[in-house]
Design a protein around this ligand. Structure first.
Ligand code: MN
Length: 226
């Protein structure tokens, strides 16, 4: 066995609905601007295709756990998203093979320090500080899923008020296209999670907010900002 100069970090994992074994998480990819109305609200050009960015795996927040209001921002935003959980790896995967790589789905929130994102965009700088901060990825348990991907309602409420509401079917890149596009840029591996983008209606969260989100058929998520 290897020895280390200090204890290595614990394996990040997510619970699986109805099972004792957990889903070990390798990395988190995210799709930007994958719903037309959200692309417009962010000032995007209607012809710009979606794109990828990443969060570190240890940004995940376990289902139900509180999220500490992050440092270095005065404008924390919610983005409700369907998460694809990859169960089989591969690179350059064709769209019609992509569904075979999927273990299941979960519901996630791509928490965003919107003020830092705006500053980064202005200076043509990368997005890590806006997107990849500690506790920036609350999620639900993973639900095993075979066959056609979820298409139904995706929504988030803050303190009981609906803030974002759409259908997953409105995505610009659908689930197999997202997996195929990601696999052209990275060799995907079991344990990868892909946040698939958010619909319109993103907005601020403050300390004390109770957040609930859902994707029809996939599950529900809840957390409090403290
Ligand atoms: Mn997002």
């Amino acid at each position: 066995m290897a020895s280390y100069v200090f204890d290595p970090p614990a394996q990040v994992s997510a619970p699986i609905e109805g099972e004792d074994a957990r889903f070990p998480v390798r990395r988190i990819l995210c799709v930007g601007r994958n719903y037309a109305a959200h692309r417009r609200e962010m000032g995007g050009d209607d012809r710009d295709p979606p794109f990828f960015f990443a969060k570190p795996a240890d940004a995940l927040v376990a289902p139900g756990a509180d999220v500490a209001y992050p440092q270095a921002t005065a404008n924390l935003h919610h983005e409700i998203e369907l998460i694809v959980a990859i169960g089989k790896g591969g690179a350059d995967v064709a769209v019609d093979q992509a569904l075979d790589m999927i273990f299941g789905y979960a519901v996630g929130v791509d928490l965003t320090r919107r003020d830092l994102q705006a500053a980064a965009r202005e200076k043509m700088q990368p997005w890590e500080a806006a997107k990849g901060f500690d506790q920036s990825a609350p999620m639900s348990p993973v639900r095993r899923w075979a066959g056609s991907p979820p298409q139904g309602r995706i929504a988030i409420s803050v303190n009981g008020q609906v803030k974002q509401e759409a259908v997953v079917a409105d995505m610009i890149w659908n689930v197999p296209e997202i997996v195929s596009e990601a696999s052209k840029l990275w060799r995907l591996a079991p344990g990868d999670l892909i946040f698939t983008g958010t619909p319109e209606g993103v907005g601020p969260l403050v300390r004390g907010d109770a957040v609930t989100g859902e994707v029809e058929g996939v599950g529900k998520l809840a957390f409090r900002v403290v």
